[in-house]
Design a protein around this ligand. Structure first.
Ligand SMILES: [Zn+2]
Length: 388
């Protein structure tokens, strides 16, 4: 791979013919059309937060260097490998897309003093241009991605598996203007423009096929469409949407793909599911609310999913003492089950550590975790009883 350091590019040259797409939130072209600012493997523009973009302009006005920028030379056509966020920031500023504060006053580029405009346009940029095989460039891209905001795991995959499939998938899953993003956000955690919705979609379909995301992307890299991925993703979301009538913040970020695969062939009564879910979400004994959805669909038997709060130690000790005192007086076992059936433990006094607390009225039937609903049983009998 050849590299060449160019120190003569100016901001003014770079923003010649600058085009910014509001729809896709990315800078498209610069250098009078010779430069592609956001090739398909690049992430979307994420500096437009009123801080990072403003900081770029303030650096230029203060005469600070913006750091190294990397271009790839593709048969005379240049692509930005690293520096897209910075170029898009000053491109947007020069074309009047945002303002900065100078001495307490909002200033757009055109309202700045002429000498300040010149200072920005004449700022020199340090640009490394490299030429080489696609694979070398991709590898390099991973290495130089150290400054600024690190790439998310999916942004990195998009770079490594760049091609028609990534282009189509990004257009579908990271388009912030797509009205479906709102609904998807009920179920999926993460930032669409950082490719985290795409990552979730890929993880669901890959898992359903016993694959990794990398494996799936490698296999479909040359596909021009991502229709199957989109269909699977929206099918999962639609299923979640009709199965659970009410939405809740606890739904966000669940493994919906796995839940879909586990339950979608079973019929459910959404009204009954909803009633169960609401009751459990309101139940103070349920300490892991995100587990409620799977717990209900699974028939309310997998208690470990929802981390039911059990009896605290003081309650257990108190129940143990009361039971054991009474049992010793009566000459029976302090486990009521042992005492009631004929076996070799009929009169056995178990140690506290050999016993477990049981809900007299089961927790799942509304029994509280209080002393008057607590009975200590020997471990084998408690296990046999099952339902807490
Ligand atoms: Zn027992």
């Amino acid at each position: 791979m050849e590299t060449e350091l160019n120190i003569d590019y100016t901001v003014g040259q770079m923003v010649e013919g600058f085009v910014y797409s509001e729809l896709e939130a990315k800078g498209l072209f610069g250098l009078a059309g010779k430069l592609v600012i956001q090739p398909e493997y690049q992430r979307n523009y994420i500096y437009n937060d009123g801080k990072k973009d403003v900081a770029v302009i303030e650096s230029l006005l203060s005469g600070y260097p913006l750091g190294l920028i990397y271009f790839v030379d593709n048969d005379g056509k240049l692509e930005v490998l690293d520096g897209q966020q910075r170029i898009t920031s000053f491109g947007r500023f020069v074309t009047g897309k945002f303002a900065i504060k100078v001495d307490g006053h909002e200033q757009t580029f055109s309202s700045l003093a002429k000498d300040q405009q010149r200072k920005i346009l004449d700022s020199k940029l340090l640009v490394y241009t490299c030429k080489g095989e696609e694979s070398e460039i991709k590898e390099w891209f991973e290495t130089i991605n150290i400054a600024g905001v690190p790439l998310s795991s999916q942004e990195l995959r998009n770079a490594i598996f760049s091609g028609p499939f990534v282009t189509a998938a990004k257009a579908t899953f990271s388009n912030s203007q797509d009205a479906r993003q709102n609904m998807w956000g009920t179920y999926v955690k993460g930032n669409a423009s950082r490719q985290q919705v795409l990552e979730e979609a890929l993880s669901w379909i890959a898992e359903s096929q016993g694959e990794t995301i990398d494996g799936y992307m490698a296999k479909h890299r040359q596909n021009k469409s991502c229709k199957r991925l989109e269909t699977y993703f929206t099918t999962v979301i639609d299923w979640a949407n009709v199965t659970f009538l009410s939405t809740s913040s606890h739904m966000r970020g669940l493994e919906w793909g796995r839940l879909y695969e586990r339950f979608h062939t079973k019929p459910f009564d959404p009204a009954a599911v909803d009633a169960d879910v609401q009751q459990l979400l309101d139940d103070e004994h349920v300490t892991k609310k995100s587990g409620v959805f799977e717990y209900v669909l699974g028939g309310k038997t997998e208690h470990n999913l929802i981390h039911v709060r059990l009896f605290d130690e003081g309650v257990k000790r108190q129940a143990y003492k009361t039971q054991t005192d009474a049992a010793q007086k009566a000459g029976k076992s302090n486990c009521s089950v042992c005492a009631s059936v004929d076996n070799r433990n009929k009169t056995k006094i178990w140690d506290l550590k050999e016993m477990e607390a049981d809900h007299v009225t089961a927790w799942s039937k509304g029994g509280a975790s209080t002393i008057d609903n607590c009975e200590m049983l020997c471990k084998p009998h408690n296990a046999a009883k099952g339902n807490h």
